[in-house]
Design a protein around this ligand. Structure first.
Ligand SMILES: C[S@@+](CC[C@H](N)C(=O)[O-])C[C@H]1O[C@@H](n2cnc3c(N)ncnc32)[C@H](O)[C@@H]1O
Length: 335
């Protein structure tokens, strides 16, 4: 402690003074260092999980594996996943909208393409849901030539976007499209998209759909086009907390509302986007074909990071970890 009795910045709870405090949506600015008391704040950035949490996670995974989803339910949830997302968007009207202040900070390209003089830009958001990414981008857009195509395979989600007060057809087009289908999104041709956004959608796919999804993104992007990616990482508390009867296969689960969620490892994601490993471990579900690895890399992985955040329940002195994967991939030309 300083001689004058004032707390050093790292110990202060005054947000102006304490450099370790950050807006909850601004990642990466509060680091846990030697000498810090983890229970002093309720969130810390870039924290490695401790041994106790790792052990607890392994025990949970074993428990989950021992009590998988029944074959009947596997079929129920895998045969028509859009149905469960439609229900989600029907039932969650109050929880749709989030203010994603971190988007531009994490994906600087979004700042560039929305500048007044950026010129004609086509942005495709895939698995756009209620428009939590598209609408904040539109709200701060100054580029008269920006067009956002916001697609989702849930009809209900598309209805929600189309009835949003910010839905401006001059700059936005919301459509039903399944990233794992044989078609391209309505109104888009091969090689026509500058930037593709995939925010928490890849985790909703079965591993058997990864190959088709990556191929479709490659098809629709312009040469050199960019993918902005964010999704759940392995060991996230949402994974660790799954109870009995939710396990589909390793790292792939059914939530209580019938939607599916996968948790990615960094190397695995890089391999998926390069085309080295595509759903190799998955057991084909009905209606889904097993996939072969891609012959040539489709994307260069320019950036891929693990964003970890430790949440602390100060009253119960419990540590929990959030874990997200964030990446930037660029379309390679196939020779
Ligand atoms: C976790 S939500 C994320 C929504 C939105 N990106 C966000 O971050 O708020 C996943 C979304 O992916 C959509 N989705 C799942 N599988 C899809 C597929 N095969 N093709 C297109 N969208 C899909 C779901 O309908 C849902 O809206």
């Amino acid at each position: 402690m300083a001689d004058d009795g004032a707390l050093p910045p790292s110990r202060s709870h005054d947000p102006q003074y304490n450099q370790k405090r950050s807006d909850p949506f601004q990642f990466g600015s509060r680091f846990l260092e030697n000498g810090d008391d983890p229970f002093e704040f309720n969130a810390w950035d870039h924290v490695e999980t401790d041994d106790a949490y790792k052990e607890y996670s392994e025990q949970q995974y074993e428990m989950q594996r021992q009590s998988p989803v029944s074959d009947f339910d596997k079929h129920r949830f895998n045969s028509d996943p859009a149905k469960w997302w439609n229900l989600f968007y029907k039932n969650n009207t109050a929880n749709f909208f989030k203010n994603r202040k971190w988007l531009q900070q994490e994906f600087p390209i979004l700042g560039k393409v929305t500048q007044e003089d950026a010129g004609p830009i086509t942005l495709l958001e895939i698995g756009a849901g209620a428009g939590n990414t598209a609408f904040p981008i539109l709200a701060q857009n100054k580029n008269p030539k920006l067009k956002i195509h916001a697609c989702d395979f849930s009809k209900k989600a598309v209805e929600v976007m189309r009835s949003h007060e910010g839905y401006d057809t001059e700059h936005m087009q919301a459509d039903v499209w399944d990233i794992a289908s044989d078609e391209l999104p309505p109104g888009l041709e091969e090689g026509s998209v500058d930037v593709a956004l995939l925010i928490f959608i890849f985790s909703a796919l079965s591993p058997l759909q990864w190959k088709k999804a990556v191929e479709n993104v490659h098809r629709v992007l312009k040469p050199g086009g960019e993918v902005c990616f964010r999704d759940y990482g392995r060991g996230d508390l949402a994974q660790v907390r799954f109870r009995k009867g939710r396990y589909l296969e390793d790292n792939f689960y059914i939530r209580g509302d019938g939607t599916r969620v996968y948790f990615f490892e960094k190397d695995e994601l890089a391999a998926i986007w390069k085309g080295e490993k595509i759903g190799a471990s998955a057991t084909p579900a009905s209606g889904e074909a097993a996939s072969e690895p891609l012959a040539e890399p489709l994307f260069d992985v320019e950036d891929l990071g693990v964003d970890r955040r430790m949440l602390v329940n100060r009253a119960r002195r419990l540590k929990m970890y959030r874990c997200w994967m964030q990446g930037k991939f660029r379309k390679r030309e196939i020779q």
